[in-house]
Structure formats: structure tokens, C-alpha cells
Design a binder for this molecule. Sequence first.
Ligand code: AMP
Ligand code: MG
Length: 391
Amino acid sequence: MITVAQALDHLFALADPLPVETVPLRAAHGRILAETVTARRTQPPFAASSMDGYALKGVEADLHAQFKVVGEAAAGHRWTSTLGAGHAVRIFTGAPVPEGADKVVIQEDVTRTGDLITITDDPGPKDNIRPAGVDFTAGMALEAPRRLSPGDIALLAAMNIPEVPVHHAPVVAIISTGDELVQPGEDPGADQIIASNTFGLAAMFEAVGAQTRMLPIARDSDSALRTVFALAQGADLIVTIGGASVGDHDLVGGVAADLGMEQSFYKVAMRPGKPLMAGRLNGTAMVGLPGNPVSAMVCGTVFLTPMINAMLGLGQAPAARVALPLSAPLDQNGPREHYMRGTIQDGTVQGAGAQDSSLLSVLARSNALIVRPPNDPARVPGDLVDTIALL
Ligand code: AMP
Ligand code: MG
């Protein structure tokens, strides 16, 4: 059996970055910037007032000084003359500061009578002016790769970049397998259960930027599996769930092999998730996940999310780990790397009691995985353990 790190290397070998496409800025949120872009303008493009008030010469801005108001500058409408001594221009936030002025006295510090203002409160040293380019200058780069946040979208807009080069979102085809499964909302027979991890995985993949195609449930027969595999055509990644062990009804490996899958590996020394398989099926990356709901979700976190990130051009990095102190003891670990469900709270972490890989209720109230190395000894509160945040 290979280790999790070795499995990840195999998976990254199947996960080349997808091509670049250009999307309108409105569709770019959450996408991965594929090429570094540079600002097409300077912001602000002129020295701008940051307050409503009066633009004047700072050397004249003494308490009780008087000025004649000679004009007005509003956002979008500059005052075009040059300010002389003893003169002030009424100015509003975002307006270009007139030539000859180097300070804006806020309106609260001024009393106005007709065209005359008097500074009636100490205006202080602040000039209330945003210099040209204080935010950014033309040519400033937003570096790729990068997952575009709402803040990035605002910045790109301000840079006057209406279209953004991003990596194609991988299309992930998700296949549930099993005679016992029905879709949520259907009426299960007495021996049936609801397909669940498929929906969790779809949500997880979409959260990191993939598009998903939920294919019909494949029944436990060669022909049903072949039919559903055929429906996966055009996907960038095929993920099967269940049927990956060596039971009589576990057919995925055999059918995939018959269809020409070149297998990268089968079985990983981890808990949960041991019967993981991966390879290339007619050129398309394929990963076979174990069927137990929590196993599938853990494998999604540990393997599929990094794979999707790699396909999105974010590079080949395992799921981020943070070392945190335990707030409750943990038993010693067995020979396989263990991804325990747990809860991070106030900077410490503790394991969820029940760790059976079928317990979705435990997964749902957990917010992290605790990573235990093989044969990790028993741990006590205060010991540092690696954690992976759950989405
Ligand atoms: P298998 O790997 O097919 O033997 O499945 C292992 C366990 O996971 C069985 O109890 C299945 O009923 C269950 N299982 C498989 N696929 C799913 C699914 N999509 N949703 C929920 N449970 C599943
Ligand atoms: Mg099954």
C-alpha cells in the first residue's frame, strides 16, 4: 500500500492545469486568475479630496482665518482655475483638488456666510487629500495564480480590466454506484438508503471552483456501470463512489480496467479511505472513492480538492495543515495515517468521539480533520496535532 503523500503525487500527475479562457469580470469571482494582469490606469488619477469641505492653501489655514469662496469642485466636476491667496473652493469627496490648493478644511471646522468662510475650529495637520496614485499606479500587477475574491474583483474593476483570463473550471463527473441507493426525495425500498456523499462531494468540488455533473446512480452490474461511464464523456475528471473494495459487488475497478483504465494505484495506507483507486480512463483522470459516506468526504478533502486546485492552476499542494494544541486526549493510532473528525474551537482542537466512517452526523458537526501519523502514540491535552479545516 502506498502512503497518502505518494497517492497525492500520483493524483497530481493526473491533474494538469486546464487551459485559459477569458471571462467577463462579472463572472470572475472565485475563478483562478491564470495570467498576471496589470492596471490600465492610476487610481486615483488626480489628487482627490477625501472629505467634504473647502480646498485652500495649507499655510493660510489658521484658526479664525477668512477666505472667499470662488468656486466649487464636485466628484466628476473639477474646478478649472488656479486658486489664489485668500481664496477657497467648495469641494466634495472624490473631487479633484484645484491647482494651487494643498489642503481641504472639513466643513465642520468652518462657518460660512455668503461667499465668506471663517475657520472656526482648529483644522489640524491633516490635508484630507488622497494623492494621485495612492491606491495604485498604472502597470501595477495582480499576480497569477490567484483565487479571485470579491476584493480582487473590485480592484480589477478599478484597474479598468473588464475581462479576466482564468483557468477553465474542471468538469467533474460524479458517479454513485450501488443497488441500495436512491436519490434524495425518492421513496427508498426497505433495503435501500439515500445517496448522500455524492451530494456532499458535489458541494465540496463546487466550493473550490469545479463544475459538477451528477450522473445517474449506477446499479451493481457491469452493464449499468458501463452505461454510466459512457455518460461521463467530456468530463475533465471522473469520480466514482463505492464499489471500490474487493467484494463480489465491487465492480468499479474491473469495469474501468475493461474500458481501458491505466491504473496509477489502488489502496492507500489511510483511515478512512483505504480502497482508493486512480488512473487515466481514455485520457481522462479517474478517481474511485470508497463508498462509506465519511470515507468519501475525507478523500474528497485530502485528495480531490488538491487535485481540482491543481487543475485550476493553483499548483500542487496538499490540503493546508495547521498544528493546534489538543483540548482532550487521543488514543494511540494504528499503522495507517488516520484522518479523525474533530472540532476546532478557540485555537484548540478535540476529536469527535465516534470515528466510524459511516457517521455523517459526526462529520457534519465537525469542522476539522485531525491527522494522526502511523503509530502515533496516545496524546494528551496541550500536545500539538496537525489539523485540516473542513469546508
Ligand atoms: P461500497 O464501497 O460500495 O461497498 O460501499 C460502502 C458503503 O458505503 C456501503 O454501506 C454503501 O451503502 C455506502 N455507500 C456507497 N455509496 C454511497 C453513496 N453514494 N451515498 C451513501 N452511501 C453510500
Ligand atoms: Mg456498493
